[in-house]
Write a protein that binds this ligand. Structure first.
Ligand code: NAP
Length: 678
């Protein structure tokens, strides 16, 4: 009996309604599930998200949300096998499922760990440095990000039922924004199975995640500028949805990841039979056949130097002929079926359009299916076309056959390769196999603006490279023009997409209070207890230790030079130093000043300060000569808890001379214990 794909609306599971339709196994054609809902209770959905989940999520810091995200990823990781079993019905082989399921779970892990490392344990995120907006520094500017109090509506394509959901969900959760997820109906049973695990985990407040197994009804008509729509799917649907007049009228952000005519280019430096030649052929075949070519990043157009056209056609055809098509569950099957019969019809129609401009080089043979009925399942053979007139052809550059179909074409020189690359009108990714660094740079300058990602590969990187078609959580995914003009992933950028950037202008104390850190120019406090004697939690932002002065002598400079070996002329030779435009004569080493500063501010005995882990933003602003005296001010700037034992403290350090002029500043990092050891 077919399983119902329930929606999860306002805390309740809702069975398919009047709009329910059958979903067929891609492999056998049997009905395996039913999905499609009655009109939704939109007010309740939005209310539970905006009024219950949103405030609870925003009460948490980035780190608290990251901890829960990691727990969620761990839970899904433990359930990957059950999801993989279900995934066979979509036509995915075990390898294909790894891209979707393991890839999705891995993406959550990466986001959780990046958030812990790169975001503050805070609710407000600073963006860039403080801007000095006035001569005396009493009026400053700071960009910040805060979470939007809305919902993220996430509409996904059929081809990545798990990854598609998780790569959008992770960043939204970190930003503190609840999600309403709408998977593509045809593979919604797999998304729903993964979603159910997440709901049952109870890791997030009620209303954080909802699922629409069907159409979103009047949801768009109830969104505001604090909400957003993130769409992945075809260009046709993207255009229809983003043209919604309510969305346009209310400036509701709409991010589109849509189809794209991705390409690969072989450098003219590559010779037949070389490592790069074999790599190029292998990547093409992998991209054509993984998920039966149903990948938004799959290679659709192949550009090679004219003299290698026939060699590549032959080598790719030979490799494609080794691909075993059939039941994705069988270990020796390389490529499963397309997701549905209607998808097969779509691919066949689009391949025919391409075929009107190009000759079929591979894919004419009768379909042989390994352990499956080729007619009952949505099986196809890969098709390689060759287009001899790419400059005048249209369909080869504009038609996405969302299956194992690609077209080979020749280029004459670098500019021609770029012109062909760019004629896709904007893509998610273009890959280039070459060792020629000049070619790589020239092609980048001529075509990077047309592609979301450029992927270079050769014998030096091929062993560790991640593949033309793999969007990575660390790097942005999306592309201009035809690819939708959107952007997802890209590390913490993806979190920021769910937050509002605001420029804050005011005095240092106001800005510091908003950002929960000391900002230079803000109030400094003193304490009778040396800050190195205070535990992590006892330290107060703005707390300042002033120490010095210490006079610098010529003996100090010479001793430091001899001891370290740094006998640079500016410290040792009066005449030569004077001739230098920056110095009045022999000057103290910058590192000597840092060392003396530490000598002034440290408290030597064992205590809560565990280690000095680095410094940032060191600048020497005025030379210090023998006879000058330096003083130091050490101020607690920010604190970040690392674990239950210690946290990182960042200090603003300012060195000044006997006239009160600042000579050097930097940010010092220390690890400080939460408790004093007995
Ligand atoms: P699609 O037909 O455009 O559908 C995409 C999503 O939109 C599905 O969830 C679909 O739901 C929904 N949808 C369609 N009409 C809607 C409407 N009127 N109101 C609300 N939702 C609606 O695309 P697909 O066939 O699933 O996916 C294949 C396409 O996605 C390919 O063109 C591929 O290139 C592209 N893609 C792009 C990326 C990327 O990152 N750029 C990634 C993956 C796929 P139903 O299933 O219920 O119709």
């Amino acid at each position: 009996m077919a399983a119902n794909v329930d929606s999860y609306i306002a805390g309740h599971w809702v069975a398919p309604g009047s709009a329910a339709q059958d979903i067929h196994s891609a492999v056998t054609g049997e009905v395996i599930a039913r999905a499609g809902c009655d009109p939704l209770d939109t007010p309740s959905m939005l209310s539970i998200a905006r009024d219950n989940a949103g405030p609870a999520l925003r009460e948490m810091t980035f780190h608290e949300r990251a901890n829960r995200l990691k727990a969620l990823a761990t839970l899904l990781n433990d359930n990957k096998e059950a999801l993989t079993e279900l995934s066979f019905h979509t036509g995915a082989t075990r390898k294909d499922s790894a891209v979707d399921i393991d890839g999705g779970v891995g993406t959550l892990f990466v986001f959780a760990s990046k958030a812990k490392r790169e975001l503050p344990d805070e609710r407000v995120l600073m963006d860039g440095d403080t801007e000095l907006l006035s001569r005396n520094g009493t009026f400053l500017g700071q960009h910040i990000y805060t979470s939007k109090p809305g919902v993220a509506v996430q509409i996904n394509a059929f081809n990545f039922p798990v990854w598609g959901m998780l790569e959008k969900l992770g960043p939204a959760l970190l930003a503190g924004v609840p999600s309403i997820i709408k998977p593509a109906t045809v593979t919604s049973y797999l998304t729903a199975a993964c979603f159910k695990l997440m709901i049952e985990s109870d890791l997030f407040p009620q209303g954080t995640m909802q699922l629409i197994a069907g159409r979103p009804g009047d949801l768009f008509e109830n969104l505001t500028a604090q909400d957003q729509v993130s769409f992945t799917g075809s260009a046709v649907t993207a255009l229809q949805l983003r043209s919604n007049s309510h969305l346009l009228q209310h400036s509701v952000p709409f991010n589109a990841e849509q189809d794209s005519l991705n390409s690969t280019v072989l450098g003219a430096d590559v010779t037949a039979g070389s490592d790069e030649f074999d790599l190029f052929v292998k990547e093409i075949c992998t991209e054509m056949t993984t998920k039966a070519g149903q990948k938004c990043t799959a290679i659709r157009r192949i550009m090679v130097p004219a003299h290698l056209h026939d060699d590549i056609a032959e080598a790719v055809s030979a490799k494609l002929s080794e691909v075993t098509i059939g039941d994705p569950q069988l270990e020796d099957t390389d490529m499963g079926p397309l997701v549905s019969h209607s998808q097969r019809q779509d691919v066949t129609d689009n391949a025919a359009l391409i075929g009107s401009e190009a000759q079929l080089v591979f894919g004419d043979d009768a379909l042989i299916c390994n352990g499956a009925d080729g007619e009952k399942g949505a099986f196809v053979t890969p098709k390689l076309y060759s287009c001899k007139t790419p400059d005048t052809a249209q369909y080869v550059h504009t038609t996405e056959a969302f299956g194992p179909v690609a077209t080979l074409m020749s280029y004459k020189n670098t500019q021609h390769a770029a012109t062909l690359l760019n004629s896709g009108g904007g893509s998610l990714v273009a890959s280039v196999v070459t060792e020629d660094t000049t070619f790589a740079r020239e092609l980048t300058i001529a075509s990077a603006a047309y592609h979301g990602r450029l992927y270079f590969n050769n014998r030096k990187s091929m062993k560790e490279s991640t593949g033309h078609g793999s969007p990575l959580p660390h790097m942005t995914h999306g592309g201009p023009g035809r690819a939708g003009g959107g952007e997802e992933l890209g590390g913490i950028r993806a979190v920021k997409h769910h937050m509002q950037r605001t420029s804050i202008q005011g005095g240092a104390d106001i800005l510091g209070a908003i950002c929960n850190r000391y900002i230079v120019g803000g109030a400094q406090t003193s304490s009778d207890i040396h800050p190195f004697r205070k535990t992590f939690h006892e330290l107060v932002l703005g707390e300042t230790l002033k120490a010095g002065p210490r006079k610098i002598s010529i003996d100090d400079i010479e001793h430091f030079a001899d001891f370290t070996g740094d006998t640079f002329y500016a410290h040792m030779d009066e005449e030569a130093a004077k001739a230098n435009p920056f110095f009045p004569g022999r000057v103290a080493h910058g590192y000597l000043l840092l060392s003396f500063a530490a000598g002034l501010f440290v408290d030597p005995d064992p205590g809560p300060v565990l280690a000095n882990t680095g410094l940032n933003g060191l600048s020497f602003q005025k030379p210090v000569v023998a006879g000058d005296s330096i003083s130091v001010a050490l101020t607690v700037k920010s604190k970040k808890l690392r674990n239950s034992e210690y946290g990182e403290v960042r200090w603003h350090v300012a060195l000044s001379n006997q006239d009160g002029e600042q000579v050097a500043t930097y940010e010092l990092h220390t690890m400080n214990a939460i408790e004093l050891s007995a």
